[in-house]
Write a protein that binds this ligand. Structure first.
Ligand SMILES: Nc1ncnc2c1ncn2[C@@H]1O[C@H](COP(=O)(O)OP(=O)(O)OP(=O)(O)O)[C@@H](O)[C@H]1O
Ligand SMILES: [Mg+2]
Length: 318
C-alpha cells in the first residue's frame, strides 16, 4: 500500500535522469536511448507565457523540489474501497488504496486485468464514488461534493483519457479535441491545440470522423482532448494500449514534456512496461490493493514485479 505519509519526502525531478542520471534511486533502469525529451520540449508552449521562460524548461535548470515549501499533494486518495454490486455477486474492485501524488509526477498504475486500475482512476477523477475513503484534489475533498461542483472542478483541473476513448462519433477529430474548451466556455488556444494535434500526429486526420480512424488514432484523439485545456492533472487509462511502440514512445515523450515543462501531473493505468518506464513511480495493484511500489523502474523491473506480484497483507481497516 502507498502510505500517504511516505511520499511527502523530497523527490528529485525525473526528467534529467532520462538522459544522464540525477542520483535518483533507479530500480534497474537501463537507458534505452528513447528518452531524449528535446524534440518535444521545443514544441510545448509555456502556460500563460507563450515562448517565455518556464522553470525547468530549456536553459535554466529546474529548481529542486527541496527548495520549495511543502505544498498539498495534487491528488490524495485515502483508504479507497469500491465495491461493485451487492451480496454474493459483489466485487471489491478497490480494497483500501491510498495514494499521494505530487505536482509534476508521472505515476503509472499497473496490475493484471481486473486488478482495479480503471476503478482507481475513475475514483481519482471523481467519476466514480468510492464505497469508502476520500479523494482530495489539491487539498479540496471532492468525495462529498455535489455532482455539479464536482463536474465544474474537474473541468477546470483534470483531463481524463478513457480506456474506451469515448469520442463523439458525429464530431470531427478537431471538434472532439476542442469540445472540452467549448464546454468550459474558454477561448480556444489555437497554438496549443495545433501543437497537441501535430505532436500526436493528428494534423492530417483533423477533419475526419472517429469511425474513419484506426484504433491508435482514436486513442491519440482521446489524449489530445484530455490535454486541450492544459489541465493540471491528466488521468489516462491505458493511453498507449492501441499504439505501436514508436507512437507510444512519442506519446510518452510528449506527456513527459508537459510534465517537465508545464508542471502537469499524470496518473496513467497501463499494461505496457515500456510506457511505465517513463514514470517516476509505479504502483502495482493486485486484487484492489497496492501490492508493490517501484521508484522509476525499468521495463524489466516492471515485468519482474508483475510476475512476482502477490496480494499484500490486509492493512488496517481494509
Ligand atoms: N461497473 C461495474 N460493475 C461490476 N463490476 C465491475 C464494474 N466495474 C469494474 N468491475 C469489476 O471490478 C474489478 C476491477 O475492474 P477494473 O476495470 O478496475 O480493472 P482493470 O484493472 O482496469 O482491468 P483492465 O486491465 O482489464 O482494464 C473487476 O473484477 C471488474 O469486473
Ligand atoms: Mg481498465
Amino acid at each position: 500500500m502507498t502510505s500517504t505519509g511516505r511520499h511527502s519526502a523530497v523527490r528529485p525531478r525525473a526528467a534529467p535522469s532520462r538522459s544522464g542520471g540525477t542520483g535518483r534511486q533507479d530500480a534497474g533502469r537501463h537507458d534505452t536511448g528513447r528518452h531524449d525529451t528535446a524534440p518535444v520540449r521545443s514544441r510545448v508552449p509555456a502556460r500563460g507565457a507563450p515562448g517565455g521562460a518556464v522553470p525547468g524548461w530549456g536553459g535554466e535548470p529546474a529548481p529542486r523540489r527541496s527548495a520549495r515549501p511543502p505544498v498539498e499533494p495534487v491528488l490524495l486518495a485515502e483508504d479507497l474501497v469500491r465495491v461493485h454490486g451487492r451480496g454474493r455477486g459483489a466485487v471489491r474492485a478497490l480494497d483500501g488504496v491510498s495514494v499521494e501524488v505530487e505536482r509534476g509526477e508521472l505515476v503509472a498504475v499497473m496490475g493484471a486485468s481486473g486488478s482495479g486500475k480503471s476503478t482507481l482512476l475513475h475514483c481519482l477523477a471523481g467519476l466514480d464514488r468510492p464505497t469508502r475513503g476520500r479523494v482530495h484534489w489539491a487539498g479540496v475533498e471532492v468525495t462529498g461534493l455535489s455532482e455539479r461542483r464536482l463536474t465544474r472542478l474537474r473541468r477546470e483541473r483534470i483531463g481524463v483519457v478513457f480506456q474506451a476513448y469515448d469520442l463523439l462519433p458525429q464530431l470531427t477529430v478537431r471538434q472532439n479535441v476542442v469540445l472540452p474548451v467549448e464546454i468550459a466556455g474558454a477561448r480556444p488556444d489555437r497554438e496549443w491545440l495545433d501543437t497537441v494535434l501535430e505532436v500526436l500526429g493528428l494534423e492530417a486526420v483533423a477533419r475526419k470522423l472517429p469511425r474513419e480512424l484506426s484504433g491508435g488514432q482514436q486513442q491519440r484523439v482521446a489524449v489530445a482532448r484530455a490535454l486541450a485545456l492544459r489541465p493540471d492533472v491528466v488521468l489516462a487509462d491505458e493511453p498507449t494500449g492501441a499504439l505501436d511502440v514508436g507512437t507510444a514512445a512519442d506519446l510518452m515523450r510528449f506527456l513527459r514534456g508537459c510534465i517537465d515543462g508545464l508542471g502537469t501531473t499524470v496518473v496513467m493505468a497501463t499494461h505496457d512496461p515500456l510506457a511505465a518506464e517513463w514514470a517516476d513511480r509505479v504502483l502495482l495493484l493486485h486484487s484492489g490493493r497496492v501490492a508493490v511500489e517501484l521508484e522509476a523502474p525499468s521495463a524489466h523491473a516492471c515485468l519482474d514485479a508483475l510476475a512476482r506480484a502477490r496480494p499484500p497483507a490486509r492493512g488496517r481497516g481494509a
